[in-house]
Design a protein around this ligand. Sequence first.
Ligand code: AHR
Length: 594
Amino acid sequence: ISVDVNKPGHAIAPNLFGIFFEDINLSADGGIYPELVRNRSFEDADTLQNWKFTSANNQSKALVCTANVLSRQPVTPLNAFNRKSLLIDANGLFKMENEGYFGMNAVQGNSYTFKMAARTSTNFNSSVKVRLVGSNGKELASGEIKGFDEKWQYFSLTLTPSTTDPKAHLEISGEGTGKLYLDMVSLMPDKTWKNSGLRVDLAQAIDALHPKFFRFPGGCWVEGEDFEHMYHWKNTIGNIDSRTSLWNIWGYNATHGLGYHEYLQMAEDLGAEPLFCINAGVSHKETVSTDRIGPWIQDALDAIEYANGPLTSVWGSIRAKNGHPAPFNLKYLEIGNENFGKEYFANYELIAKAVLAKYPDMKLIANDWSGGHPTEPSPELIDEHYYNNPDWFVLNATKYDGYDRKGPKIFIGEYAVTSGSGKGNLRGAIGEAAWMTGMERNSDIVEMGAYAPLFCNANHKRWPINLINYDSYRWYGLPSYYVQEMFANNQGTVTLPVNVEGGPQVEMPSSSGRIGLGTWNNTAEFKDLKVVAPDGKMLYQSDFSKSIDDWTKTGQGDWSVKDGILKQSAIATGVTAFVGDKSWKNYTVTLKAR
Ligand code: AHR
């Protein structure tokens, strides 16, 4: 290999390697947000979830109560946004236990702050005991709380474990009669990364990647199944007791302890450019048309004002009240996630125009998904996502070499090897590394990119392969993590021509290469496939006589070929046929449904 240092090419994009943080796989709660109590505000369900209640004489009960003006329940909520609380109707000895997120990590000598809000409606005047208990049943730390009143009051104490146990749990017990209401029962480590409120080891793991940007908070989490469950940033700021929790598309209730403000703060603490991805009026199951997009536009404008506005602005003053008077300097706003189609394009146009009218310097990112992206107004960057097998990434490392340089810049917002690499192995990491050389070489057009997903609590895995995996007290990175770290910590400033001499030389017939097919339909059947090579030669014409072994499956699909029919029997994102060598060529493919 020879490198010509006298012929510098283009500068390597300074923000090329960043991270994408999605609240997936318990990344926030049960991950970097270190609350140890699960379902601290009893909002998870109408029944008691993630808590175990026992009554020694079976005479005490625990009920989740919802303050509802229409139901005439005489329940006073902690506040108007936190309407559920726990009622302990005590008559004797009772105990409540919480294991947190698959065990609480109690570290000997470290201090933990226990807090809870409580009230009594019937003069429950006994004390309650709070204990941190090890997996062997031994007490690690304890304290006592008393003095309940008809009004909600906050109580707190410090617990300092006498021994280390990563699988500890919390117990709250009492003996008495009367009605005791509890809410916001919390146990937090006092020691956090840079006093930021984040779990130390996980924050250090992403800090070591020196991310240049920080995309948040999703992903599909931004879209939600429907509009009720899309990400509403305004419900995630301010006093944590009045943040509305939300059922997360990845299968758990999100407390929003890590909210919009904390994401911006996290980006600042990591020295990364924040990149906020907003819902574009498109969820997985619902879409709004342009006549109803007004609230989405307002939310986008307000989010920017919250991040950047002066103290005299409404949202800028709320940011200051929440502890950050200086602007966060948000420059990147992504409109939508993996959205496509005419409704998305129309919504994008209205949101983008309104944002640019007020904030002309904002760098807008549009989705490029399912073969296209909105162009009016022209986005600064378009977000492309790639999940595939190692070979695909190696073969596509040259994808941008001949790419049209006139359009918007590329943001590869999500990429990762997700198949053909076991649970995430060296093969996958090498595929990504090859792909990243292509990103670097083409960073005059590919300005930014991030591996996805970043985080996974190993006890709640909802995505097959994830970069950083952890439980209550330890983490490990896939080989892909070390590839990310290596590239991020060794980013050059300029590209240089590289010449590879020797090595195997392969003569390719001009008509050989690779084609890909993909559909979303899981019962599709095709006939009359025609594949015409770049030189005009007809390669296939309704010829499925070859066995499926000649077809390499990619993505999550399952395809078969029988009696001249290409049949898809499960959801497929793509099928690739090798026609000779393995590189992608400009074939013309025509396909007729059966
Ligand atoms: O990274 C996991 C998911 O993959 C993201 O939520 C979504 O954008 C993509 O489909």
